[in-house]
Design a protein around this ligand. Sequence first.
Ligand code: PBG
Ligand code: ZN
Length: 331
Amino acid sequence: MSSLAISSVLQGGYQHPLSRSWQAKRTLTKGMLMYPIFITDDPNARVEIPSLPGQCRWGVNKLEEFIGPLVKKGLQSVILFGVPLNCAKDDKGTPADDPEGPVILAIKKLRALYPALYIATDVCLCEYTSHGHCGVLHDDGTINSTPSAARIAEVALSYAQAGAHCVAPSDMMDGRIKAIKRALIDAGLGNKCTLMSYSAKFASSLYGPFRDAAGSAPSFGDRKCYQLPPQAKGLARRAIQRDVVEGADIIMVKPALPYLDIIQDAAQLAPDHPLACYQVSGEYAMVVAGARAGVYDLRTMAFETCESFLRAGCTLILTYFTPQFLDWLDE
Ligand code: PBG
Ligand code: ZN
């Protein structure tokens, strides 16, 4: 006879693959995945990004060949990042809302090609400013908050007017959520465009491949005066609560895997909002590199990371693994 107490015997509850699946509060589905894509201003481009294996910069004319097969496999949403390589950058990021720029052209093209596809756009100035920072600067190089939020709201509104279903400011300027929500409402788009805030965005080492891909590294200094310090749980909680009050429709935590505690906090602080996390470029590159080094199986590890995001409380995951998950979730 076993000497274990009855309450000590757990294995009977998960001895079968199906009973194991019932242990999840939330299961990964295709609709939870948002695919980050890079759109550049050479309309015929398809250029691989060496630090982001398997990802490319795409020109607007190539979107059909790129996105068409993914939509067939069940892709439901994308988030667009502009990569201007041929434009004149300035201190206000003027090319960000150029009506002929890659993001606005891509919004229109994707809306026309795939009416059911949900199109989000990242909103930031760093890809478009001469100094590479995410806002407008004072002469001494520090952030000038009020014009920064105003300029970012202008850019967000242009993307919404071009047809984006969602605008997602990643700049971390104080006051930008309120400024964007106000601008959307005043333009009659309050009920037509979702505002997803990168609320708890940390100053992370994991954005390196993205900055390569988007050409958005700052020309001097760093982003530590606007992105959150990695050790700052309290600030993250305050930023989440602030963005809820200012009118965000979706809260995001970024990066994801090293910040699962913040995701869990966000789920508790904003229980009535969808909660997103961004498995950023460096996280993706780490998972791929580890698999290539034989540390683990790629697919098993990719599932383990995304399942941890769901367990922590996410309902939406931005991940470069989206195309692979569309296959894996069918198997
Ligand atoms: C721009 C922006 C960044 C990312 C998303 N939007 C880079 C940064 O803040 O330096 C990172 C995404 C990724 O690494 O995949 N502000
Ligand atoms: Zn930026």
